[in-house]
Ligand binder design. Structure first.
Ligand code: ATP
Length: 294
């Protein structure tokens, strides 16, 4: 494992009598993408705001490159907020220059523009950009100081699937260039696609942590059979319990052969059968009892 670039050490945050973050510790290894997931109100934003230096912790320590964060820390990090207010009648070029000037260290302008696929929009007003284009401008702003550590806070919320995938490709390229990333997201598919490691938060604490594959392997050893809704009577005859989901009737089983035999004996039509493996969405539901998107 590469050395830790960022460490959250027993972080607490209280708002009056409300404990928003309750002793959170984790390390983000250099060159890795670390994802913070959790249902609404779990404490993700508060945790990330402490790590970004925006909110002081009530207790605990934040370490960067092995030492407590110091005055130079803001120069080392790049922040992509969910919604940064960009001035309406400002072009993309002006926005990049304005934010770039806030830092001592600068990314090469042309390289940044090319990397974030902004060449065609440089002279366009930011208030006329599509959602995906706007997110790429915000990403370019976050990269303006060539940060060692990039914070992405729900970067693809509101984007259509194509723009989201395009954004993921960009993030992968940035990571391949050696950047370390801390991502918060509501999309488990996004976490699966981008993160080397994820931490799932609930009620201010981390309740599970590891690589997506390891977490799934540790929690699920079942296959999930998915049958069309019209097979409900056969399932009932076979005395098998299934859950109604958007995908169909789902039943989890460790004994696939035996379950299929019982279904056939009960006269089920298996031509529409699909088998899927567990996803982070299933894990999330199991651990928190909630769907991630409330
Ligand atoms: P979401 O996914 O909805 O953004 P989250 O996981 O980011 O949720 P936080 O925004 O960190 O959760 O909030 C954690 C808890 O702290 C919530 O109960 C919230 O109401 C509370 N909280 C957050 N900020 C403040 C504040 N400034 N003052 C008082 N309470 C706050």
């Amino acid at each position: 494992m590469p050395p830790a670039l960022l460490e959250a050490c027993k972080l607490f945050k209280d708002y009056g009598s409300q404990r928003a973050v309750d002793g959170v510790s984790f390390a983000v290894a250099e060159g890795r993408c670390f994802g913070l997931l959790g249902p609404n109100g779990a404490g993700k934003t508060t945790t990330v705001e402490m790590l970004e230096g925006i909110t002081p912790p009530s207790a605990g320590q934040i370490r960067f490159r092995g030492a407590p964060v110091g005055r130079d820390y803001p120069q080392e990090i790049g922040l992509m907020f969910q919604s940064t207010a960009l001035q309406d009648f400002m072009t993309v070029r002006e926005a990049l220059h304005t934010f770039g000037h806030l830092y001592r260290r600068h990314a090469d302008f042309d390289e940044l523009v090319q990397r974030c696929a902004l060449t065609d929009f440089l002279n366009q007003y930011v208030n006329t950009l599509s959602g995906g284009q706007r997110q790429r401008v915000l990403l370019a702003i976050a990269l303006a100081n060539r940060p060692a550590l990039l914070f992405l806070d729900e970067p693809t919320t509101g984007l259509d699937p194509q723009a989201r995938r395009r954004f993921w490709e960009l993030v992968r390229e940035i990571k391949a260039g050696g950047s370390t990333i801390l991502l918060t997201t509501h999309y488990l598919e996004e976490a699966h696609a981008l993160c080397d490691e994820v931490a799932i938060m609930d009620h201010g604490r981390i309740i599970a942590q590891g690589s997506p594959a390891a977490l799934l392997a540790a929690h699920f050893d079942e296959s999930i059979l998915v049958l069309p809704p019209d097979q409900a009577p056969a399932l009932a005859r076979a005395e098998l319990a299934a859950q109604e989901t958007l995908h169909g009737l789902e039943l989890a089983t460790r004994a696939v052969n035996e379950t299929l035999r019982r279904l056939l004996d009960a006269g089920a039509d298996l031509s529409g059968l699909r088998i899927r493996t567990a996803t982070l969405e299933d894990l999330f539901l199991e651990l928190t009892g909630q769907e991630l998107r409330a």
